[in-house]
Design a protein around this ligand. Structure first.
Ligand code: ZN
Length: 351
């Protein structure tokens, strides 16, 4: 899907390592590495002050839990960001690139960590599940959805990847919630929680600056992963995602500059919401094409209908989660139904 034509990208290039680009009064853009396909994350540093009125930084999202980002945070706070003390970290959601260094930032710099309750609970819990327990739970989930044994074994060998990507979380967090107004640098920022990609993902809207920090919810060029997971089987993630798009559509001014966690800042929030809705309609249609009224199929067997290209093991796992999220959506709409067969495998058919 191309969106180059319709979205307006005011910046051609992202900040380099340990560099900052000011994107609005008191709001700075940083970019940190991720050792995965999606090789970067955008983080935000906001000029703020503590209770005593001393200049501080409020950070939005921590970066991935590895040494490279730790070294870059040190370089930043010794270099271009040296004039202020980091005192507060707001994590949009629990994924490792957003929450991976929350505990380290809290211990190293004394920041307080602010998150929604749902994101905190899932992140802190997942980080503490040992590799064997995670491997067994994933194996049972993959088996139920028809994944072949060889791939299941290879994936089980990863154990709990989340634990490897997130340092020990902080001891505590300060809860933020939907509708709350946070004061950052004397300005009002509204917390808008959204669902579908994570559990209680926080977006931050500043009407005064016409800025939306959207986390992963409204990415340009790529679509956020909307999945069913081994620790959260079933449910209606795609319906939740659609509902959250409606919520953002109603709340965010059309001219707002959107600060996404990946790719480049853009304007054109309404266009992007329309594109994201259309993308999932296309995916649902592709899935319907691959399904049968008479021959029930597993989520794994339906994977090529939505993802015709060849995928490596890790991407097969993500793709299965996406297929299941779309199947649940079709079931919600009365277009498909699932049965758990005597062999313990769930199969889907058109109705
Ligand atoms: Zn995410």
């Amino acid at each position: 899907m191309t969106d180059r034509k319709s979205l307006d990208y005011p910046y051609d290039a992202a900040p380099g390592p340990a560099e900052m680009i000011q994107v609005a009064d008191g709001v700075h853009w940083l970019r940190m590495p991720i050792p995965l396909d999606l090789d970067h994350i955008n983080l935000w540093l906001m000029e703020d002050e503590d209770e005593a009125g001393a200049p501080t930084w409020t950070i939005v999202d921590s970066g991935f839990g590895h040494k490279e980002t730790q070294a870059l945070w040190r370089r930043l706070f010794d270099g271009p960001a040296a004039g202020r003390r980091p005192h507060r970290l707001i994590c949009t959601h629990y994924h490792p690139d957003h929450f991976g260094l929350a505990g380290w930032l809290a211990r190293e710099f004394g920041v307080t960590v602010e998150m929604t309750e749902g994101e905190w609970v899932v992140g802190a819990l997942l980080q503490r599940i040992d590799h064997e327990t995670a491997a067994a739970a994933q194996d049972s989930f993959f088996r139920r959805h028809g994944m072949e044994a060889g791939l299941r074994e290879r994936l089980a060998a990863f154990g709990n990847e989340y634990q490897r990507r997130v340092v020990t979380p902080p001891d505590r967090h300060r809860r933020i919630r939907d509708g709350q107004t946070l004061t950052i640098g004397g300005r009002r920022w509204e917390v808008l929680t959204v669902e579908g990609h994570a559990v209680e993902h926080a977006c931050l809207l500043c009407r005064e600056l016409d800025l939306l920090i959207c986390g992963d919810q409204l990415l340009p060029k790529i679509t956020p992963n909307i999945s069913v997971y081994w620790f959260k089987d079933g449910g209606r993630p795609l319906a939740e995602y659609y509902e959250s798009l409606d919520k953002l559509e109603a709340a965010v001014p059309g001219e707002a500059l959107v600060l996404p966690s990946h790719k480049l800042p853009y304007r054109g929030v309404q266009t992007r919401i329309d594109q994201l809705r259309a993308h999932h309609v296309e995916r649902l249609d592709a899935l319907l094409q691959g399904m049968s009224r008479t021959t029930p199929m597993t989520g794994f067997a339906l994977l090529p209908a939505m993802f015709p290209r060849k995928l490596d093991d890790m991407h097969m796992m993500f793709a299965l989660g996406e297929v299941l999220a779309h199947l649940e959506h079709l079931a919600d709409a009365g277009r498909a139904e699932a049965a758990l067969d005597a062999d313990g495998v769930q199969r889907w058919r058109l109705v």
